[in-house]
Design a protein around this ligand. Structure first.
Ligand code: 13P
Length: 255
């Protein structure tokens, strides 16, 4: 069955020393209180810290991922980081298409599709973000918006390739606002996304795909969100920057 995943997206936060300390704290907590066998914890620090963070990854319940990747293979793209570079650091995951990248760096579904291709070609599993902005939800267009993002960003893949994808539903109005989607809103959208995947790739692929929720997820609401049948974990921003808060979310499945 699909994995439960809690992934921390640190965004543009922490110095190297702070990052080292936070990873050390998280790994110590995980060693003292091992997650359930079907749970995977991922941290996604900024690029300069990936090598340091990767040294902590244990190949079982703790993995490291990047927050972004270039849509090009290599060459004269100043400031970009390629999938081959991430592969050479043994990165296992990479976030793609975060709403902040869509909004501030004009990433389209076409660019996101190319990034996904780059990652898969280098054996890295993409964590692909989707989600509507407030106005789209107010106009009841959230399902159309997410369907287009998923279709244009991912549905060129073969079933085998799609099997490597982790989806993250992050309603933009819930990101960093303290305003969380209700468990019903999350479940409704996650079931819709799984239905889209089932229609395109069949039930087996859909049932194996982990679909994470992101947007003001914290220890106090994680249990309720994660108890929904189609919510397989979370992509965590603010609450991933403190070991105690992050672990509170990781342990949400424990009785
Ligand atoms: P917050 O948890 O800070 O709302 O951020 C969510 C997010 O954007 C994770 O990618």
């Amino acid at each position: 069955m699909r994995k439960h995943i809690v992934a921390g997206n640190w965004k543009m936060n922490k110095t190297f020393q702070e990052a080292d300390e936070l990873i050390d704290d998280i790994v110590t907590c995980l060693e003292n209180d091992t997650p359930d066998a079907d749970t995977l914890v991922i941290v996604c620090p900024p690029f300069p810290y990936l090598e340091m963070a990767g040294d902590y990854s244990d190949g079982s319940y703790f993995a490291v991922g990047a927050q972004n990747v270039s849509d090009q293979e290599s060459g004269a793209y100043t400031g970009e980081v390629s999938a081959a570079m991430l592969e050479s650091l043994e990165m296992e995951y990479c976030i793609v298409g975060h709403s902040e990248r869509r909004a501030y760096y004009h990433e389209t579904d076409e660019i996101i599709a190319r990034k996904v291709n780059q990652l898969l070609a280098h054996g890295i599993r993409p964590i692909v973000c989707c989600g509507e902005v407030l106005q789209e939800r107010e106009e009841n267009r959230q399902f159309d918006v997410v369907k287009k993002q998923i279709t244009d960003g991912l549905f060129h893949l073969s079933p085998e390739e799609f099997g490597k994808i982790v989806v993250a539903y992050e309603p933009v109005w819930a990101i960093g606002t303290g305003k969380t989607a209700t468990p019903e809103q999350a479940q409704e959208m996650h079931a819709f996304i799984r239905g889209l995947i089932a229609e395109k790739y069949g039930k087996e692929v859909a049932d194996e795909t982990s679909i994470l929720y992101g947007g003001s997820c914290k220890p106090s609401n994680a249990k309720e969100l994660f108890s929904n049948p189609d919510v397989d974990g979370g992509l965590i921003g603010g609450a991933s920057l403190k070991a105690e808060d992050f672990m509170g979310i990781v342990n949400a499945w424990k009785k």
